[in-house]
Design a protein around this ligand. Structure first.
Ligand code: FAD
Length: 163
């Protein structure tokens, strides 16, 4: 059975943002690919919004790990449901950078900035639709080269997938 889970969380600000994002995306893309998991990650205003799609058991096991991750906190599941087809089949983890479309979406919902924890469930579904049509964005290549040795080994695959 296929399931979709999406949640919001706040970034734990102790680490370097770009390095954290690079490492998260690298391990997400690598692991999700092997498990036929797909989804999207959006980060803005110190908040993560992530949608995970795949086999129910596999998503549940991954989510157990994600919940324990010290790079974020105050995690809140917005929705978890059965789906009949995935929305993000092209991406083991699509990454969408802060952009005007999403900013405008939040303005229309009455917020000055990206505040996913304040959206209604209907608005959160609409946000997901925006992320489905948004461009898959690339982190700055020069800055990404600052990532730690842990990530360097996977850099080529990482750049291929988010470019
Ligand atoms: P190990 O690599 O063995 O690490 C052990 C522990 O350290 C884990 O709790 C891990 O979370 C934590 N950890 C790992 N790297 C760091 C670091 N650089 N700094 C601080 N703590 C660290 N993983 C996926 O596979 N797919 C995803 O879609 C995915 N999405 C994520 C989204 C967000 C917002 C975040 C914060 C993390 C995401 N991760 C994802 C990463 C996931 O939380 C785990 O780190 C990863 O699955 C490796 O788990 P592990 O138990 O094998 O960890």
């Amino acid at each position: 059975m296929l399931s979709q889970l999406y949640y919001i969380s706040k970034r734990e600000e102790s680490g370097d943002l770009l390095s954290d994002l690079s490492q998260i995306l690298t391990s997400a893309i690598r692991f999700n690919q092997t498990q036929h998991i797909c989804g999207v990650l959006y980060y803005a205003n110190n908040c993560f919004f992530q949608c995970l799609e795949g086999e129910k058991e596999v998503i549940a096991q991954l989510f157990e790990r994600i919940q324990q991750d010290p790079r974020h906190k105050e995690l809140r599941v917005i929705s978890t449901k059965e789906i009949f087809e995935v929305n993000f089949s092209q991406w083991s983890m699509k990454y969408v950078q802060k952009n005007k479309t999403i900013d405008l979406f939040f303005k229309k919902c009455g917020f000055d900035s990206f505040q996913p924890h304040l959206l209604t469930e209907a608005d959160t579904n609409a946000l997901l639709s925006c992320l489905i049509s948004a461009e898959n964005t690339s982190l700055n290549q020069k800055k990404a080269s600052n990532e730690s040795n842990h990530t360097k080994g996977y850099k080529r695959g990482y750049m291929n997938y988010i470019a």
